[in-house]
Design a protein around this ligand. Structure first.
Ligand code: HEC
Ligand code: HEC
Length: 226
């Protein structure tokens, strides 16, 4: 009997240890703590400039990315949106082998590092070329965009810094289309929950049309990081 009780105690102890370690290892918990710490940091864009040298190798010195959509435009993205993505890659809540690797590099380890580089990126005005879609689905895509996306992302896709809504204007269409499909296939778990049901209802042609429309809007640098 005693043995059984001891076993139960041991079992309970093991279970609570396991739960504790799971709580500690839970990427969700760590990620939100780190995101809040990064938001609270006072960014230093000069330090950000040094860190950005690593990023520019892929994203370009003005954050234009690549016209084929393999690397997104990041220049002039809203500060808090940038921080969210950087934290998510670090905590395996957004998956891309290149960005996961970058997020483990020494140059970008602390919430302060992320704040510094995000402030620099938010201040860039991308000047690179953006290819447009074929035009075939443009009218339909723009119509759907105005009906379903405009209320949050704005008529020309500039997003909203205060509400943490991503700037989509002037983004490479192939990159956008990949994100839309990732959302539908549940590969962007951190993206606000409105997106999956919205995008599941749309036809491929409509998604291509939205990406085409956004690729033709001019990416303006409205706001600078705090
Ligand atoms: C080896 C190439 C490479 C390097 C170096 C790199 N990136 Fe990226 N980055 C990418 C790719 C590719 C993506 C798109 C990944 C995806 O589809 O999720 C991306 C995506 C991003 C995004 C998300 C953009 C969005 O619209 O959601 C941010 C933010 C970002 N990178 C910031 C950085 C920062 C900051 C650095 C430097 C510290 C950096 N990147 C270095 C290739 C790179
Ligand atoms: C209720 C408001 C809302 C609506 C409606 C909405 N979005 Fe968003 N969207 C957001 C917010 C907020 C973010 C960024 C924050 C996040 O990561 O969740 C975002 C992020 C995105 C991103 C990620 C950008 C990147 O590079 O990582 C894409 C793509 C996107 N939205 C496309 C769309 C499209 C297309 C529609 C219409 C079919 C749409 N959204 C409708 C609020 C909205």
């Amino acid at each position: 009997m005693k043995n059984v009780r001891n076993m139960t105690h041991l079992g309970l102890l093991l279970m609570s240890l396991l739960m504790m370690s799971q709580a500690l290892a839970s990427p969700g918990t760590d990620a939100s703590v780190e995101f809040r710490a990064a938001l609270a940091a006072a960014p230093d864009a000069r330090r950000g400039d040094q860190i950005f040298a690593t990023c520019a190798a892929c994203h370009g010195v003005d954050g234009s990315g690549l016209p084929d959509g393999s690397v997104p435009v990041i220049g002039s993205q809203h500060y808090s949106v940038l921080l969210r993505q950087l934290v998510d890659y670090r905590h395996a809540e957004r998956w891309d082998i290149r960005m996961e690797h970058v997020s483990q590099l020494k140059v970008m380890q602390t919430p302060q590092d992320m704040a510094d580089v995000a402030a620099l990126i938010a201040s860039l005005q991308p000047m690179g070329r953006t290819v447009h879609g074929s035009g075939e689905f443009l009218m339909g895509g723009a119509k759907v965009y105005f009906e379903r996306c405009q209320a949050c992302h704005g008529a020309t896709g500039q997003g909203d810094a205060d509400r943490g809504i991503a700037r989509l204007a002037g983004q490479h269409p192939e990159y956008l289309l990949r994100q839309f499909i990732d959302v539908v296939e549940a590969r962007r778990p951190r993206l606000s929950k409105t997106h999956a049901p919205l995008m599941r209802e749309l036809q491929r042609a409509e998604l291509e049309g939205i990406a085409d429309y956004l690729s033709r809007t001019r990416r303006s640098r409205g706001d600078i990081a705090p």
